[in-house]
Design a protein around this ligand. Sequence first.
Ligand code: FAD
Length: 455
Amino acid sequence: MQKFDLIVIGGGPGGYLCAERAGKAGLRPALIEKRALGGTCLNEGCIPTKSLLYCAKQYQAALHGADYGVTAENVSFDHAKVVARKDGVVRTLVRGVGAAMKAHGVTVFSAEGKILGKDGENFTVSAGGEVLSAPRLVIATGSSAAVPPIPGVKEGLASGFVMTNREILALQTQPKSLVCIGGGVIGLEMACYFASIGTKVTVVEMMPKIAGNTDPEICDLLMKTYRKQGMEFCLGAKVEAVTGTGVVYSDAAGQHTVPCDRVLLSAGRRADVTGLGAEAIGLALERGAVVTDAQMRTNVPGVWAIGDCNGKLMLAHTAYREAEVAVGCLRGIPDKMDYTCVPSVIYTTPEVASVGLSEEEAKKSGHEIKAVKVPMLFSGRYVAENVRGEGFCKLVYDMTDDRLLGVQMVGSYASEIIYGAGMMVQLALPLEQLKKIVFPHPSVCEVLREGLFML
Ligand code: FAD
């Protein structure tokens, strides 16, 4: 039996950062990963999608360069090369995680971790042929694509006609047509990539709008822009079946079939604790996810759960912060998780980013607010770089408490700007103090400054 101070199960952003921080603090952590270090984020999520989307953006820039005085002939796109480049990016980053584990004294086990139970004060976990023990355990097993019980989906997954994020990111040949079941962030990012490179894309979404709880005005602009890019949308549409050649859905007008080459299942994610042995220590689960409090503690003393597996807010940066909270708490340093200022981003063209409350949410929760909308065209840099562009930024301000409640933006650089808005919301500084912040000029983030002076 190998003894450690801490065992972490799952080597995604939550797990690897937790192990790294614990090692840095002088603990002896073991990290168990059954597939690849970096988890969903590095191998089949955040990074691969952004790598593909960047290449598609380059392609579009080459195609439409004439608007900027740049003409290129015989512009072509090689999807297989783009996937190979993406694989290289992933390899580099996964290697980096491996090096960070080594540098921080983390012992990595490439195996499936299964909780065996307790031996006195210590938890015992099997990892391949080894048994590990430690007084503290962190569960960071992540999530997997939800597979709804739609007739034909299981068969489609088996034949390769239906894909999850895992398979589509490894697809070597570009499909001529693609149906995305689900118009949330994952579906839209993949739809945007494939539509940009010439695949005929249809998004079938059960709700009357795309992009989850994104600001309705932003959704309208997204739909308009995506449609110009060639995407089609079936909203309020319930998928009834997947046949070998298409997707059958019903809406208020009746039943329809969309023929296609491939189907992407992007209908949400489920916390993944299958085969973990949660029952061996009586770990409480709710709808398949590990129940945690604000310190990431589970119902079992000495066990924490971070990242997607607790089902709270399935984002890599949430997992990072939860990892830090858990490491602080298990070392006796008070800390707690605050989900109110976690930014969220859709990395399509245009980009969408938001943090805090939207105008609608703020009103619903009884705040006395003032909301302003600033066109991105107020930024000199935005005008210099965008021949067309209808992006905007919304600021939601609490007049009683004199603080910013939320910011939503759509347009280029939104993903890079939002952390600044997040700081303003999180630090809850009075408006007069926010107005004293100096912004670089020319920059698109200046729309935030414009907004502050309009409040
Ligand atoms: P994961 O990254 O899922 O890692 C969990 C790890 O645990 C996996 O490697 C798994 O193999 C391992 N594991 C599971 N069970 C065991 C076991 N029993 N033993 C050993 N190992 C085990 N988030 C963002 O913030 N920004 C984005 O742009 C973004 N884009 C995304 C795009 C896609 C297509 C997808 C699918 C997700 C995206 N996400 C994004 C979400 C993000 O990937 C997750 O929120 C994040 O990876 C969660 O981290 P985690 O550590 O909790 O879990």
